[in-house]
Design a binder for this molecule. Structure first.
Ligand code: FAD
Length: 106
């Protein structure tokens, strides 16, 4: 059995790390791969309720994958939608590369 919160934490880790390491100038193929990844991901994520909501959010706000900046900001907004739904504090998306790519300054 899986724990929804443990799975969520490690999944966000994977997704934000993918966005953190996404190219500044992606090729057409890289853009199409990451878009396909998220649409399949939204169908196969094991928590059914989470997956259904994520599918709906993807329709409202499709993947923005034209640069590292656009993808990581898009994903940050998607994660904040879940945070908001769960009553968690919203993350300041200006800090996303510090959190997931460069490390905190202190
Ligand atoms: P998490 O939300 O798991 O975040 C992990 C770390 O990411 C945080 O400690 C913080 O450093 C960083 N972080 C937080 N917000 C952001 C952000 N916006 N951008 C970048 N970094 C950030 N749980 C449910 O109960 N119901 C759901 O419907 C649901 N849907 C989910 C959908 C998806 C696609 C995923 C991956 C998970 C979902 N979860 C859902 C799980 C939920 O989002 C959390 O992972 C879980 O509640 C554990 O939360 P946490 O407080 O440990 O931090």
């Amino acid at each position: 059995p899986y724990d929804k919160d443990d799975l969520g934490r490690s999944t966000w880790g994977l997704l934000h790390t993918m966005a953190a390491n996404y190219p500044e100038i992606p090729s057409k193929e890289e853009i199409s791969n990451v878009s396909a990844f998220f649409s399949i991901f939204a169908k196969v994520y094991p928590c059914d309720m989470c997956a259904k909501d994520f599918q709906m959010e993807l329709i409202k706000e499709p993947v923005e994958a034209t640069s590292q900046h656009s993808l990581s900001q898009w994903l940050c907004r998607m994660h904040n939608k879940v945070n908001n739904k769960l009553g968690k504090p919203l993350f300041d998306c200006r800090l996303v590369n510090e959190r997931w790519r460069d490390g905190w300054k202190d």
